[in-house]
Design a protein around this ligand. Structure first.
Ligand code: ADP
Ligand code: G6P
Length: 471
């Protein structure tokens, strides 16, 4: 039997074209949770990944990465400005994350969004084998399923949204809301992180498009589109293996030694994004230092914040504000050679991240809204000895699964301070019971389980899911 072939379509390829300090072109793993999630499942599975390589100008031709063929879609400087930085990251991203920053609407951005989506659909239509399964990812490409169905009705099309899908009160603001819904309905299966998102989507389809819709099925013309929740996860085995490696254990000890062997090491790891709640966290920490509940003599905080989408105004402003606040806190509470907050802007390799996770007694993940948040799951995976306290925002998708975390509303500063203290001072028995339960959950719900459950729901023949299982 011929195996069904798989094409993943995402705005970003798994590698990103970056410029080295000496000006040479370098390929690096792309940032963010989407690539972290998809990379391990495609590893050595014959698949093609259609995406953008991060630069402007003609599409570079790229080699395979771990057996995955890369098919590059070119974006011009105008496309990057209007599609990626504009409609995707200044309209949809803030709107889908509770409008914690004001979404911006420009008609020119919408035109570019349509054009770029059409280009992705055409590129995919050209390379997909007859009857292939095409899996379209995330908010940058919501029109692709509909456009692709027009071009290639023979394909089996899936769509997965990695970010939250907002309630009708917010989504109804969008000037081109009907087109976006119809674009997604071009898929055979639309997947979300949470059941609430599928419910929001069904309600909106009924309201805006006037079509019969339940939280599982939506009827459009002569087709039925299935919808559902498929919470994304991490490669638990990979992170556990890394965390057990002797060089990683040694590196974790080195981190703690470099930090002055503190009694408590608190860690946060985020893309520098306003959804991540970094400013709220800094404020809470600074108040704990000011009122003496946290003492620099026994506690250190490390904040890793890797710069992201730096040409979008809201991100530039955020970076300035965060850096000013870190400077203020260090100026006020730090001592010579001992900053109150160790603030790192750099990308880290997987082993370095695993070592940081292993080193930290308390991990603070407090987004104001997040589709899932894989950092929270990675921390749990790295705590192979069941130690470590996870403080987790109720507004991260991960909170629906990691219910034994120290859950918190990040908008409630007093609550955030209390929860941080509670996690920091928790009895070892409580910490390990919680961590053990979360680890048990992740063992049964890792990234391979996610991919199998989505792909077997999409592809009734089971051919793709079986292949992932065999891998
Ligand atoms: P988002 O998708 O919004 O960026 P997630 O927490 O879901 O948030 O995923 C972030 C991913 O990026 C994780 O896999 C994490 O390990 C990785 N990551 C975060 N910060 C860094 C960093 N400084 N260096 C390398 N990888 C990072
Ligand atoms: C989130 C989004 C991804 C995106 C990633 C990094 O995880 O869901 O689609 O790729 O952030 O953002 P960037 O803008 O650098 O692609």
């Amino acid at each position: 039997m011929r195996q069904t072939s798989l094409v993943v379509v995402a705005n970003r390829l798994p590698v990103d074209d970056t410029v080295a300090p000496d000006g040479a072109c370098e390929w690096r793993r792309s940032p963010g949770g989407l690539v972290s999630a998809l990379h391990p499942i495609l590893h050595h599975t014959p698949a093609t990944w259609v995406g953008w390589a991060g630069g402007t100008g003609p599409a570079p031709s790229l080699p395979e990465v771990d057996g995955v063929r890369l098919h590059t879609v070119a974006l011009s400087a105008d496309d990057v400005r209007d599609h990626y930085e504009g409609f995707a990251n200044a309209t949809l991203w803030p709107l889908y994350h509770d409008a914690v920053e004001q979404p911006v609407y420009h008609r020119r951005w919408w035109e570019s969004y349509q054009r770029v989506n059409q280009r992705f659909a055409e590129a995919t239509a050209e390379i997909a084998e007859p009857g292939a399964v095409v899996w379209v990812q995330d908010y940058h490409l919501q029109l692709v399923p509909g456009m692709l169905r027009e071009l290639r009705p023979d394909l089996l099309i899936g769509f997965f949204l990695h970010v939250p899908f907002p309630p009708p009160e917010l989504f109804m603001q969008l000037p081109r809301r009907a087109e976006l819904l119809l674009g997604m309905l071009g898929a055979d299966l639309v997947g979300f992180q949470r059941a609430q998102a599928a419910h929001n989507f069904a309600q909106l389809c009924a309201k805006v498009l006037n079509v019969p819709a339940t939280d599982r099925r939506i009827a459009v013309e002569d087709r039925v589109v299935r919808i559902g929740a498929f919470p994304v996860s991490i490669d638990m085995a990979e992170m556990e293996q890394l965390a057990r490696r002797p060089d990683v254990v040694a590196r974790a000890q080195q981190f703690r030694a470099d930090l002055g062997e503190p009694q408590h090491m608190i860690l946060s790891v985020d893309r520098l994004d306003y959804i991540k709640g970094i400013e709220h966290r800094l404020k809470a920490y600074s108040e704990l230092l000011a009122d003496g509940h946290v003492k620099m003599s026994d506690t250190v905080m490390v904040q890793v914040a890797v710069p992201s989408r730096e040409r979008v105004g809201q991100y530039r402003v955020l970076r300035d504000r965060v850096e000013r606040e870190v400077g203020r806190i260090n100026g006020e509470f730090g001592r010579v050679g001992e900053p109150a907050i160790h603030y790192l802007n750099q990308p880290f390799g997987r082993a370095e991240l695993a070592a940081l996770y292993r080193a930290a007694d308390v991990m603070v993940v407090t987004p104001l809204r997040d589709g899932m948040n894989l950092v929270a799951k990675e921390y749990v995976a790295a705590r192979v000895d069941n130690t470590g306290a996870l403080v987790l925002s109720e507004f991260a998708g991960a909170a629906a699964e990691l219910t034994q975390a120290y859950l918190v509303n990040p908008h409630d500063l007093d609550g955030l301070k209390l929860t941080l203290m509670h996690a920091k001072e928790a009895a070892p028995g409580d910490v390990s019971a919680r961590m053990g339960a979360m680890r048990e959950h992740l063992r049964g719900h890792d990234i391979q389980a996610w991919a199998r459950s989505y792909l077997s729901a999409l592809d009734h023949t089971g051919s793709l899911a079986a292949r992932l299982r065999a891998d």
